[in-house]
Write a protein that binds this ligand. Structure first.
Ligand SMILES: Nc1nc2c(ncn2[C@@H]2O[C@H](COP(=O)(O)OP(=O)(O)OP(=O)(O)O)[C@@H](O)[C@H]2O)c(=O)[nH]1
Length: 562
């Protein structure tokens, strides 16, 4: 599937953000390693119980009971499996908080030769980041917690020892996760992991901003990615070196001054270094300006980032910087005199000192995660049209098939392999009239169609024959198209073909002939998904469309209805 992702990279939704950021060792959340984590736990438990029971019976040489126990074991597994199969969770609200930075240490090292002593307090370690990692092992957002907090950095210690860095929290999310920002800081892509020993002072960057907001382009994993237009337009340091020198602008609760302001009081700015001026300007805005910004941030910012490739990582909440130990505070600052003469130092300096000594809080973000499946072909049809059966016939996928509507509750993916190409096909839950108003499975269905390149409309030829109360295939087509258009204009205009399914049913041949007369332009493929008839022709038709060959699409004008 990875190979096809690049096809979406230039779509409006597919614009990616990236950042130059180093990342450290990570602790993977074991809970999310499998979509049905809890489901499998229960099954394992049931299996273990039954196996124990089996051994007990064997031990007592009761063969009849052994047979009963085996049957119970299989029965339990099947029943639990079907009961616990639940609806896909493809939307998730997440509150992420980066770990706070550790506090700097205040320590004076005295010796026989140096009675006055020297400062040797180490700095606090950085807090951990909250990272979302794209993984093919995860199907939906099941098991993903709503609140994720990364670990706090360790406090600095004497003998100039830096506090330990807080552990990152890495959670796995499925391929095709789109991130919307409700509140907080913009996420930033992790470009590469550092292999060496970690620097607790290493500050991951925010977004990589260039001179022109819309023309900014960079590479991620060998592919070109673009920053979305709605990304933040603030100025920020351009290189990692600058980022190290310019700590993130945060406010100190004790002094009311920003961390930048305090640090610039203590450490003189390098001559001609304009970024400091910019950063200061940004931080020292008036209260009313801050409030305005806060109000703006309350609105949801859609599609700030998306994860489309396994292994991609994004920092959604950054750890706070560690506080300075007294060794660093003394160096290069006004406080070169040590220990400080508390009588002569003024109170504001004390406050400022305390503010620098305390680690910064980690950033917080409230996000809305949304899953949009990525496939080359989307099978679109009314419930019971035979989409799941068709997917099984086209690929080796084994989706659930049932003679009742809404058997499919989540998109199933399958691959059609050709010598030179592999096509991903998604069987999407059935669509009913009013789906755009969230009827039936509504948006849960339509969302997944947005990402497919080619649409295969699956119609049931037997729906209205022999006095059945179903909808004739041409009307099915019209309703499907209207629902797509109501949901998002232009969605139905993608390359498409029509699959006339259930041709094996009595009277279906006449319906097929009528369908051909009523629907013009688009290619129609008669198939019997159950018996796998007409499948090879359909595969060839899909390949042609995915390859980008021109073919007349289905249009509303091309459908004739009485
Ligand atoms: N006679 C006949 N029946 C078929 C054919 N294809 C599918 N069916 C039957 O139609 C019923 C519905 O099939 P599904 O594949 O579950 O249909 P679906 O479109 O995935 O249904 P939803 O999950 O509700 O969207 C099942 O009973 C299938 O056996 C076909 O080619 N011929």
């Amino acid at each position: 599937m990875t190979r096809h992702l690049s096809r979406f990279e230039n779509t409006k939704d597919g614009d990616l953000l990236r950042n130059e950021t180093l990342i450290r060792d990570v602790v993977v959340e074991p809970k999310n390693n499998h979509i049905f984590g809890s489901y499998h736990k229960i099954l394992k438990f049931a299996m273990a119980f039954c196996i124990l029971f089996l051994f007990r019976q064997l031990f007592h040489e009761k063969k009849n009971c052994t047979f009963t126990a085996t049957r119970t074991l299989i029965g339990n597994y099947v029943i639990l499996g079907s009961v616990l199969e639940r609806k896909m969770i493809d939307q998730h609200r997440l509150c992420a908080k980066g770990g706070d930075g550790g506090n700097g240490c205040f320590s004076i090292r005295r010796s026989r030769h140096d009675r006055r002593g020297r400062p040797d307090g180490g700095d606090g370690g950085r807090g951990g980041d909250v990272i979302l990692e794209c993984s093919a092992a995860v199907w939906d957002f099941r098991g993903l917690p709503h609140h994720i907090n990364a670990k706090r950095g360790g406090n600095g210690v004497s003998k100039n020892m830096i506090g330990s860095r807080g552990d990152d929290k890495v959670v796995l999310v499925p391929v095709g996760t789109v991130i919307h920002l409700i509140e907080g800081e913009f996420p930033s892509y992790v470009e590469k992991k550092s292999s060496g020993i970690l620097d607790p002072w290493d500050i991951p960057g925010t977004l990589d901003f260039g001179s022109s907001k819309s023309s900014l382009q960079s590479t991620y994993a060998g592919e070109k990615v673009e920053k979305t237009d709605n990304a933040s337009e603030d100025s920020a340091p351009s290189s990692k070196e600058d980022l190290k020198r310019a700590p993130s602008p945060r406010f100190s609760p004790s002094t009311g001054k920003s961390r930048n302001q305090i640090e610039s009081d203590f450490f003189p700015k390098p001559h001609g270094y304009s970024e400091w001026e910019d950063m200061d300007g940004e931080v020292s805005m008036s209260g009313s300006e801050c409030e305005e910004d806060m109000e703006e941030e309350d609105e949801i910012q859609y599609n700030v980032a998306e994860l489309t490739e396994p292994g991609q990582q994004i920092i959604v909440a950054q750890g706070g910087d560690g506080g300075l130990g007294n060794l660093h505070l003394a160096k290069g600052s006004k406080m070169s005199k040590y220990p400080p003469d508390l009588k002569t130092e003024d109170a504001s300096d004390d406050d400022a000192y305390a503010a620098l000594n305390i680690g910064s809080p980690g950033t917080e973000a409230v996000l809305l995660l949304e899953l949009k499946s990525i496939a080359d072909v989307g099978l679109v049809g009314m419930p019971n049209a035979g989409k799941s059966t068709l997917l099984g016939a086209l690929s080796r996928a084994k989706p659930t098939v049932g003679h009742y509507a809404f058997t499919t509750l989540r998109p199933n993916l399958g691959n059609i392999n050709f010598d030179d190409l592999s096509i991903t096909v998604a069987d999407i839950p059935g669509l009913i009239k009013g789906a755009h108003e969230n009827r039936g499975l509504g948006h849960a269905f339509l969302r997944h169609i947005e990402r497919t390149k080619v649409l295969a409309y699956v119609v049931d030829l037997g729906a209205a024959i022999d006095g059945r109360k179903g909808i004739p295939p041409w009307e099915q087509l019209k309703e499907l198209m209207l629902e797509l258009e109501f949901y998002r204009e232009g969605l139905s205009g993608r390359p498409s073909l029509v699959v006339a399914n259930k041709i094996d049913e009595a009277g279906a041949e006449q319906v097929y002939q009528e369908l051909r007369q009523r629907v013009h332009g688009v290619h129609i493929f008669p198939v019997c998904a159950v018996l796998e008839e007409g499948i090879s022709e359909l595969k060839a038709g899909l390949k042609m469309l995915v390859d980008g060959e021109k073919s007349p699409p289905l249009t509303l004008d091309g459908i004739v209805i009485d």
